[in-house]
Design a protein around this ligand. Sequence first.
Ligand SMILES: [Fe+2]
Ligand SMILES: [Fe+2]
Length: 294
Amino acid sequence: MKEVVRVMFLGDVVGRPGREYLRVRAGALRAELDLDFLVVNAENAAAGAGITGAIARQLLDAGIDAITLGDHVWDQRGFESEIVDLQQVCRPANLPEGCPGRRWVCVERDGVKLAVFTMLGRQFLPPRASCPFRGSDALLEEIRAVDNPTLAVAEIHAEATSEKIAFGRYLDGRVAAVVGTHTHVPTADACILPAGTGYVTDLGMCGPYDSVLGRDVDAGIRRFLDGMPRRFGVASDDVRLCGVVFDFDVRSGRTIRFQPFREDAPVAPAGASDGAERASGVDTAGEAGNGAKP
Ligand SMILES: [Fe+2]
Ligand SMILES: [Fe+2]
């Protein structure tokens, strides 16, 4: 078994521009950066809101090992039945009891088992999730009992930086890394916490940065001017992949190195405009879980 395992985590994949560039680059990135595992949050992969089974399979086929999701998990009609068959996809673990889908993913390569799970934060998000802190205690025990992974990584899908940092500190020394998602804006605070857990408040998004969080700039501004319902189309330009690469020490299960990652697409991929998926793309500004939120 390897002594050091390299894992890339990429933030929220947004729409066709994000997922197409990721599909083109995933296999090459694995080779170029000598990655052992590649994990992405893809909660905005379909038209900027949610994911479909077909899109999940496309990403997995392109070389993604595991897909995590967030508050947009059920935005695409029918995904609640599709997720059941997707072994490498997990929904937030602290959704209400009875929700379909896996609460964690455990993938194995060269004798190393990597477990990944996501918790929704509860600050400034719809109040449907149970406590991510106490929930992680129980879930980590369950993951160890069921899969006995070599390495475990927790994702905190949350709005508030305070909640994300507190979550990282709460799990410091108990998981290999804690990565934040949901805000779509990469933070410059990647670090190794005192007890050895790698941490970043937000990985950033994989999608068009000439935008407001991946959506059209004009609609993004108007939402705050008049609050009227309108279509929030996925933007198309300045496509980037964003995340962090961690090197984990297999023996200790902790982070020994990290490197923030950003790659800009050379040009906007052809056919970058979105909207072909099942979502209507119509947003009602101000409603919980609407498409303009990350
Ligand atoms: Fe989100
Ligand atoms: Fe997101």
